[in-house]
Design a protein around this ligand. Structure first.
Ligand SMILES: Cc1ncc(C[n+]2csc(CCOP(=O)(O)OP(=O)(O)O)c2C)c(N)n1
Ligand SMILES: [Mg+2]
Length: 330
């Protein structure tokens, strides 16, 4: 990645971090309700992979921990926040909420609550790409625990059988809610599990964006060139509990401290400072500017937007009312 791109990505990552910290506050203030799963600590995964791909052109799908992937695909921050605030200006008209962010215009294919649900959807999207003959790829980000769902194996088998252009990215944060991976999973190294389907794979440090980017470049190139699926395992850690309702009492403080020292944003920031590309003062100024932007553009927009009207309730239930279905996928 060129220095200018690294500086841009540093800003994007910091924006995503501050955006989500603000979501946390808004939830505590009861402005956001329902489920809320946050991504701080894991940012280098989404940013490193998508920087190596073509967000907005390639299709991206993920779990309920979906705000940051949507941001990187280009879904406007204010429309995501409005969605979390359940407002009509939200990206799903305020009817979806945190777990169901969906941005057709940016080829962000959601946000899914069911663990493992996106595995076959990603393969289906890839099958569609192949049938149409496009050069897009389908990128599926999911957690480590999702790999214990039967649908993981069914999907990867078909993806390889048909050599579909799917990049599976495992964000291995070592936990599925409160269960540590070695208590739920027979094979700890997730990248090894796909050898049974003859899918090439790699495992890299998910806290270092340069390493993620480098590995993702190879993976994306493999998939885009028609060689079939690829599986990338990124070793990472979430700073907060699984969701807002998780008291996060099951992890050793020492473990949390250790991962806290490997913050993906600080790693990139310090590398850029060392290379003379940015100063600490510039970084702080950027941070202040981001915080302001989030208040004045994002939060204000969400707060001032109307709630969905009652007429909207059944408008998107049937496909015949849905202009997107009739217009076809973009
Ligand atoms: C089919 C299904 N089973 C169980 C759940 C409850 N559940 C929600 S998240 C989760 C753990 C998933 O962990 P992982 O895939 O590692 O993702 P992470 O949350 O760590 O990002 C479980 C069991 C669910 N949402 N869907
Ligand atoms: Mg996990």
């Amino acid at each position: 990645m060129k220095a200018a791109d690294k500086k841009r990505v540093l800003r994007e990552m910091l924006f995503a971090r501050r955006f989500e910290e603000r979501c946390y506050e808004a939830y505590v203030e009861r402005k956001i309700g329902g489920f809320l799963h946050l991504y701080p600590g894991e940012e280098a995964c989404a940013f490193g992979v998508l920087e190596a791909a073509r967000p907005g052109h390639d299709y991206v799908i993920t779990s309920y921990r979906d705000h940051v992937h949507a941001l990187k695909c280009g879904v406007p921050a204010k429309e995501i926040m409005a969605e979390l605030f359940a407002r009509e200006t939200g990206v799903c008209k305020g009817l979806g909420g945190s777990m169901h962010i969906f941005g057709v215009d940016h080829r962000f294919m959601g946000g899914y609550a069911l663990v493992g649900g996106p595995f076959p959807l990603a393969a289906g999207i890839a099958k569609g790409i192949k049938m149409k003959g496009g050069d897009e790829i389908s990128i599926c980000f999911l957690g480590d625990a999702a790999n214990n769902q039967g649908v993981f194996h069914e999907s990867l088998n078909m993806a390889k059988l048909w050599d579909l252009p799917t990049l599976y990215v495992c964000e291995n944060n070592l936990y599925g809610i409160g269960t540590r991976i070695d208590r739920s999973t027979a094979v700890i190294d997730q990248y090894k599990r796909v050898s049974g389907y003859d899918i090439p794979s790699a495992q890299v440090d998910g806290q270092d964006i340069d390493k993620v980017y480098e590995a993702a470049q190879l993976a994306v190139e493999h998939v885009r060139s028609g060689k079939g699926p690829y599986f990338l395992e990124l070793m990472t850690y979430r700073y907060r509990g699984h969701s807002m309702s998780d008291s996060n009492a099951y992890r050793a403080k020492e473990e949390e401290r250790m991962w806290g020292k490997r913050d993906p944003i600080i790693i990139l920031r310090d590398r850029l400072i060392e290379a003379g590309e940015i100063s600490l003062d510039e970084y702080s100024a950027m941070d202040t500017e981001i915080l302001e932007e989030i208040e004045t553009d994002v939060i204000k927009f969400a707060e001032e937007s109307p709630e969905p009207s009652a007429e909207l309730l059944d408008k998107y239930v049937l496909a015949e009312n849905d202009p997107w279905v009739h217009g076809g996928a973009k």
